[in-house]
Design a protein around this ligand. Structure first.
Ligand code: SF4
Ligand code: SF4
Length: 207
């Protein structure tokens, strides 16, 4: 059967509704913060490295690209990555993530967050759900900035570059959510893990 525009829209609306229903269940789950000890140590280290090393090379290439246009641009770009590490470090500590002590499967290679989380300045901060949400939001905004910022400069080269870049990012995000999060100890509290569970549930339901 060929998927016409109406069918496609109906499918998309069903997908959004399912994701929304799942969100209601997950909000209740969110009250309990218990890392899954059976996922320690992290089991998919090789898959994680296979996904993360190319991404870090891409970030490095974009930093050089922006530096060649104007060094300030590369500093702005890198500050998104650094900001994501700093904001995430509070979330690592708040979630009592066991990976702060060892291998950490952090999204976008923000592994330093797990080490910053061990510093007294973060450990001694008051733990509160509202503060966690604020830090998680700022961390996510930094990651969003990291993704979007280069687009403005890539588009000036040729439309094919931002398009290719965007496809690569989507590919990375999908593979990460599909492979890395499901075996992570804090998937029931981390926003990425919750989204991954939701995505898998909705898509597997359709297959
Ligand atoms: S897996 Fe995520 S929450 Fe856990 S230490 Fe690494 S960055 Fe922090
Ligand atoms: S659930 Fe996913 S995004 Fe969250 S800490 Fe684990 S691997 Fe990273």
């Amino acid at each position: 059967m060929i998927l016409g525009p109406n069918n496609f829209i109906a499918c998309f609306i069903r997908f959004i509704k399912k994701m929304k229903n799942f969100r209601e269940v997950e909000l209740r789950m969110n009250d309990i913060i218990t890392p899954d000890r059976s996922c320690i140590p992290y089991s998919k280290k090789n898959v994680y490295l296979l996904l993360t090393i190319p991404l870090m090379l891409l970030i490095l290439a974009l930093t050089v690209f922006l530096f060649l246009i104007n060094p300030i641009l590369s500093i702005i770009y890198l500050s998104f990555w650094i900001g994501a590490n700093i904001f995430q470090s509070y979330c690592c500590e708040f979630q009592e993530c066991p990976y702060t002590e060892g291998f950490c499967p952090a999204v976008a290679g923000i592994i330093p967050a797990s080490r910053i989380a061990r510093l007294p300045v973060i450990r001694n901060m008051k733990k509160s759900k509202s503060r966690f949400e604020v830090f998680a939001t700022f961390g996510s905004l930094c990651l969003l900035g990291l993704i979007i910022f280069p687009l403005f400069f890539l588009i000036e080269l040729d439309v094919i570059y931002p398009l290719g870049y965007f496809i690569l990012i989507l590919f990375y995000a999908f593979l990460f959510l599909w492979n890395i999060c499901p075996v992570c100890a804090i998937r029931k509290t981390c926003p990425g893990g919750l989204f991954s569970t939701r995505l898998r549930s909705v898509l597997l339901d359709r297959i």
